[in-house]
Structures are given as structure tokens and as C-alpha cells.
Design a protein around this ligand. Structure first.
Ligand SMILES: [Zn+2]
Length: 279
């Protein structure tokens, strides 16, 4: 007899909420940037976490027209859910999945209008050479202020939607304030990946189960690679919070982690979610 899949109650709740956002229609409109917004894209490129400085490089391209800035506004009926200032190389045809972003705004920031400045850096997340430690420059891609949905910055193209959800969670006051930054980041990332799988699955339970199982395997393999080849062992190691730390959070939520076999070689990509989730 086939056993009915049992999901944790909070997973069922998230899936139901995602299905609800898929019953709502969003539309996006492009609008001209205001004078203040033109200044804002320069101000927010001064980001100490963007250690490769790509946001500033992109802005230099505005002088000769090789960089393009567009403003995208998301509506639900006549209500504005949020806006994005999108800075990208003119030759790039890449666009975020605007429809999915509308669902993210609606689900994770239902009561606050969202504003994002997005610098589309094509540099993927890659691990350094074996034995070298993993730092912010290898993995980070966004920042925001707690409880403020107007100050979100995304500065890497890879996994932009997952990063958007992570920052929206900080912006929606979900951080446990009595905890340190390492725990806050682990906690936020663990939830962001659950919500990301739920949104990509459009709230369809069996699709979520498939995605999330693949996601757990992807994450556990990465943790093994980081432990074996980059000495990521304790919360003092920077990368711990986004990999090993989220495993602890998933465990504490009662999520059953799959067994994985030994790794034969290091994993080069440090992207936190597996590719091709739409399959
Ligand atoms: Zn964070």
C-alpha cells in the first residue's frame, strides 16, 4: 500500500499560502526613474559587502551607454506591491522572473511595499581553491535592513530569487532579535530555501516534496564538501551560517534529513539551491 506523504504542519501552511498567491493576478509596468532614484542607484552601489565592486563597474557603463537601468513596478489591481530598479549590461538579455517576484512580494511582504535595487553581476558563486577559506566574496549577493522592505539591494544575478526571499524575510521582521548574527543568518537562509521551493512548486505538494528533497541532498553534499576541503567546521567559519548552520535549523524544525554517500571531489559551485528547479 502506498503511504500518504506526511508533511510538517508549517509546510502545509506555507504551501496553502503560496497557492493563495497563485490565485491572485499581478502585472508589472516599466516606468521612468525619478531624479531621486537616479541618485539612489549610485548611493547603493557603495556597498562594503560587494567586495568585487561590480555594482560600481556597472554604473561606469552608464557614461557610454553600455549599462541600462530600468524601473519595474508590480501591481495587484491598482495597489503597488513593490518596485525594482534593475541595473544590467545592455548586451545582457537576462531578466528576473518578474511573475515569481510578484509572488515573493505578496507572500513574504504582504503588508509592506517592497523596493529593490538590483545590480545584475553575472559572477557565479564559486569556491576558492582547496584548503582556502570561503568568504563573503564567494557567496553573498544581497543585503537589507531589518524590518525595512525599502532598502533591499541585490548585487549578484545567480539565485536572485532565493536572495530576494532571504532579504524579504529580514525585511519582514522575522529575525530573532535575541540571537547573534550567525544564528539569524542560518535561520533566515533555512526558511528562505523552504519558501523558495514552495514558490517554485506553485504550492503543489508533490512538486514541493520533490524539489525540497533535491534541495536537502544538494545542501548536504555542499556541507560535506565545505567540511572536507575548506575546513568549515564551526560557527566561527564564515560559510558555516549559510550551509552547516541551516542544516541545524532544519533539524530543529523536525525535518528528516536524507543520508548521502561520501564525496569523491570538491564541489566548485557554491550556489545554495540546486539548478533547474523548474524541471
Ligand atoms: Zn541575511
Amino acid at each position: 500500500m502506498k503511504q500518504k506523504a506526511s508533511r510538517l504542519p508549517f509546510i502545509e501552511e506555507i504551501l496553502e499560502n503560496v497557492r493563495h498567491t497563485y490565485r491572485v493576478r499581478f502585472f508589472w509596468r516599466t516606468e521612468p526613474l525619478t531624479h531621486e532614484e537616479k541618485q539612489e542607484i549610485f548611493k547603493k552601489a557603495e556597498n562594503p559587502y560587494d567586495t568585487n565592486g561590480y555594482s560600481k563597474v556597472l554604473l561606469q557603463g552608464l557614461k557610454n551607454g553600455s549599462t541600462q537601468v530600468t524601473k519595474h513596478v508590480c501591481f495587484q489591481g491598482s495597489t503597488i506591491l513593490g518596485s525594482v530598479l534593475y541595473v544590467k549590461p545592455r548586451v545582457s538579455s537576462y531578466e528576473p522572473d518578474w511573475d515569481i517576484w510578484g509572488h515573493c512580494f505578496s507572500l513574504v511582504s504582504p503588508h509592506k511595499k517592497v523596493h529593490v535595487v538590483y545590480y545584475s553581476n553575472p559572477q557565479p558563486r564559486l569556491s576558492p581553491d582547496v584548503k582556502k577559506s570561503v568568504g563573503p566574496e564567494h557567496i553573498n549577493g544581497g543585503l537589507t535592513m531589518q524590518c525595512n522592505a525599502q532598502e533591499i539591494v541585490i548585487y549578484r544575478r545567480e539565485e536572485d530569487t532565493r536572495v530576494l526571499i532571504h532579504e524579504l524575510l529580514h525585511a519582514s521582521c522575522s529575525d530573532p532579535y535575541d540571537a547573534g548574527v550567525t544564528y539569524i543568518e542560518s535561520n533566515t537562509e533555512a526558511w528562505a530555501e523552504i519558501i523558495y521551493c514552495a514558490i517554485m512548486a506553485k504550492g503543489v505538494p508533490h512538486l514541493f516534496d520533490t524539489y525540497f528533497q533535491k534541495q536537502l541532498i544538494h545542501a548536504l553534499k555542499q556541507i560535506q564538501s565545505l567540511e572536507t576541503y575548506h575546513h568549515v567546521k564551526s560557527p566561527q567559519d564564515y560559510a558555516w551560517r549559510y550551509y552547516n548552520g541551516k542544516r541545524e535549523v532544519w533539524r530543529s524544525l523536525g525535518i528528516v534529513l536524507p543520508q548521502i554517500g561520501p564525496l569523491r571531489s570538491p564541489i566548485k559551485s557554491l550556489r545554495m539551491t540546486f539548478q533547474d528547479m523548474k524541471e
